[in-house]
Design a protein around this ligand. Structure first.
Ligand SMILES: [Zn+2]
Ligand SMILES: [Zn+2]
Length: 174
């Protein structure tokens, strides 16, 4: 969705509000493709402040399925944050320098989907766990250890013990 901002940018102290639905069915990034299972429209408020600044404010709220960092089980994760952008206005236009590093605003045209996508990327959770004490998966057989146990030897060897075992193995070869 695009919003034409010409009447905000050129009109001192003008404010527009717009309810923008999140059009994404899933969020795709380099990290993967995460289904969005619940979403609320983003309430955008765009304001011209004394012909000096353009302010963009919005609240983003949705729930995505993100795999647990330990067991890979999908966890419904609520993502909630606010968008706050400030751009300098000069002669009824957004300052050229700021235009260079924003690709969601081209001339008077605000590309809302692009703005929201970029903001989600910045606010994406670093680490998601199904629970604080998730036991993860067995590195040997791949079983989800929250759901059952296995008989694999998973104890990682102490490096000193590993050295001892090397010696022991050599001894056996003789
Ligand atoms: Zn987990
Ligand atoms: Zn196992």
């Amino acid at each position: 969705m695009r919003i034409d901002l010409s009447n905000v940018i050129t009109c001192e102290n003008k404010v527009v509000t717009e309810n923008v639905p999140i059009e994404l069915e899933s969020f795709k990034s380099r990290l993967g493709d995460f289904p969005i299972i619940e979403k609320a429209p983003v309430e955008l408020r765009i304001a011209n402040q004394e012909n000096k600044q353009l302010l963009i404010h919005g609240v983003v709220d949705f729930t995505a399925l993100i795999p647990c960092g330990r067991c890979l089980e999908e966890v419904p994760t609520n993502i909630h944050f606010e968008i706050e952008k400030e751009m300098k206005l000069e002669n009824s236009a957004v300052n050229d320098e700021e235009m260079d590093d924003t690709d969601y605003l081209i001339g008077f045209d605000l590309d809302v989907d692009r703005l929201i996508y970029e903001e989600i990327l910045v606010n994406w959770p670093m680490k998601v766990l199904c629970s604080e004490d998730c036991k993860g998966i067995c590195k040997v057989c791949g079983i989800n250890l929250n759901k059952g146990d296995c008989n694999c030897q998973r104890t990682e060897l102490d490096p000193r013990m590993a050295a001892f075992q090397d010696v022991f193995n050599k001894f056996k070869e003789v």
